[in-house]
Design a protein around this ligand. Structure first.
Ligand code: KG4
Ligand code: ZN
Length: 343
C-alpha cells in the first residue's frame, strides 16, 4: 500500500516508444518523457522488434534521468515504481519491466506491473480526475482495437475487438501503401485535412453487426481502388483517398462505441490509444457524443499515444488499492486484461 499522494515513476516500453514519467498522486504529471524510435523503424515501414529492444536498452538510462530532472525530483524522492508488464513485444517489454524491477528492488520500493491497455484507459484520470465506473472504454492503438465495459474499478469486460488488424495497424499499412511516412496515422491525419472524406465510398466493415471490428476488407478496397485508377490512367487525389479511408475507420469506431454505451446503459465513454490522437476521430466523437448526452473523456494527444504517465497512473491505482507485483514475475507479452468473473 502506498500513500494517495505518492510519487510514482512510470516506465513504458511495450512497443517503440521508450517512455518514462513522474506522476504525483496518480494524477499530477510532473514529467512525461517520450523518446520516440520512429526514425529507426521508418526505413522498414514498421516496428522491427530486435531494433526496438536494443534501442530501449540504449535509451532507458537517459530517459529515466530526463524524467527525474524535468520533474525536479531525485530518484530518492520516488515512492513507488510502475512498469508495463504486457502485452507487447517481448524483448521491448523486458527492458522497461526489468529496469522498473531493478529500481524497486534496489531502493526497496513497492512495484506494480501494469497491463498496457489499463494504462491507456487510466490516461483519462490524468486529464479528468477520478474515473467512476460504470463506463465504456474504446482503446484504439497500433496493437489493439477494443471496446471494454468497466463496471467496477480494475476489471475490464471485453465487449468487442478487432477480428484482424488493429485500427492503427490499418492506418500504418495504408500509409505505407500510399508511400507516406511511418508511423502512418499522423501522416494520414495531416493529409486528410486537405481531402474530401466523402470522395470515395469505402466499405464500413461490420457496420450494424455487433461490436467487433474488421479492417482487412477496407484495406483491400483502398488497394483495389488505387490500382484500378492507375490502370485506367486516372490521376488519384491522395488527400481524398486518405480522407475517405480515415472516414470509414472513424465512422465504424463511433457507431460501435455509441452502441456499446447504449448496450451497457452508460453515459460515459473513455477513449484512448494512439489512434485517439486522430483529429477527425476526436472532432466527430465530440459532436456525436454531445448530441447523445454522452460524457466523452479523451485525453490530450500526448496522453493518448504510448507514454509513461498513463502507466504511473494505472500503477498508482493498483498500489493504493493494496495490490503490488512480486519482483520475481517476468514480463508477459500476452498478458490478459483482468476481467470480471462470469456471472
Ligand atoms: O498507443 P500507441 O502509441 O502504441 C500502441 O500501443 O500500439 O499507438 C500507435 C498507433 C500507430 O499505429 C499510429 O499510426 C497511430 O497509433 N496513430 C494515429 C495517429 N497518431 C498515432 N492514427 C491516426 N491518427 C493519428 N493522428
Ligand atoms: Zn499503446
Amino acid at each position: 500500500m502506498i500513500a494517495p499522494d505518492a510519487l510514482v515513476l512510470g516506465i513504458e516500453t511495450s512497443c517503440d516508444e521508450t517512455a518514462v514519467a513522474v506522476v504525483r498522486g496518480g494524477r499530477e504529471v510532473l514529467s512525461n518523457v517520450i523518446a520516440s524510435q520512429a526514425r529507426l523503424h521508418s526505413p522498414f515501414g514498421g516496428v522491427v522488434p530486435e531494433i526496438a529492444a536494443r534501442a530501449h536498452e540504449e535509451l532507458m538510462p537517459q530517459t529515466i534521468d530526463q524524467a527525474l530532472q524535468e520533474a525536479g525530483v531525485r530518484i530518492g524522492d520516488i515512492d513507488a515504481v510502475a512498469a508495463t508488464r504486457g502485452p507487447g513485444l517481448v524483448g521491448a517489454l523486458l527492458v522497461g519491466f526489468s529496469a522498473g524491477k531493478a529500481i524497486a528492488s534496489s531502493r526497496g520500493l513497492p512495484f506494480a506491473g501494469v497491463h498496457h491497455l489499463e494504462g491507456h484507459v487510466m490516461a483519462a484520470v490524468l486529464e479528468f480526475g477520478d474515473l467512476e465506473p460504470p463506463y465504456v472504454a474504446l482503446i484504439v492503438s497500433g496493437g489493439h482495437t477494443s471496446l471494454l465495459a468497466v463496471r467496477e474499478p480494475g476489471l475490464y469486460a471485453p465487449m468487442g475487438a478487432t477480428l484482424d488488424d488493429a485500427a492503427g495497424e490499418a492506418f500504418d499499412k495504408i500509409a505505407r501503401f500510399l508511400g507516406l511516412g511511418f508511423p502512418g496515422g499522423p501522416e494520414i491525419d495531416r493529409l486528410s485535412e486537405q481531402g474530401d472524406p466523402a470522395a470515395i465510398a469505402f466499405p464500413r466493415a461490420m457496420s450494424g453487426q455487433g461490436l467487433d471490428f474488421s479492417f482487412s476488407g477496407l484495406k483491400t478496397a483502398v488497394v483495389r481502388y488505387v490500382n484500378r485508377m492507375e490502370k485506367e490512367g486516372v490521376e488519384i487525389s491522395l488527400p481524398d483517398v486518405a480522407a475517405s479511408f480515415q472516414e470509414a475507420i472513424v465512422d465504424v469506431q463511433i457507431e460501435k462505441s455509441l452502441l456499446a454505451c447504449e448496450m451497457e446503459g452508460v453515459n460515459t465513454l473513455v477513449v484512448g490509444g494512439g489512434v485517439a490522437a486522430n483529429s477527425r476521430l476526436r472532432r466527430r466523437l465530440e459532436e456525436e457524443a454531445s448530441a447523445r448526452g454522452i460524457r466523452l473523456l479523451v485525453p490530450g494527444r500526448r496522453l493518448c499515444v504510448d507514454n509513461g504517465a498513463m502507466i504511473a497512473a494505472a500503477g498508482h491505482a493498483r498500489l493504493v488499492a493494496g495490490e503490488s507485483t512480486p519482483l520475481d514475475l517476468s514480463a508477459d507479452p500476452s498478458l490478459p486484461l483482468p476481467a470480471p468473473s462470469p456471472a
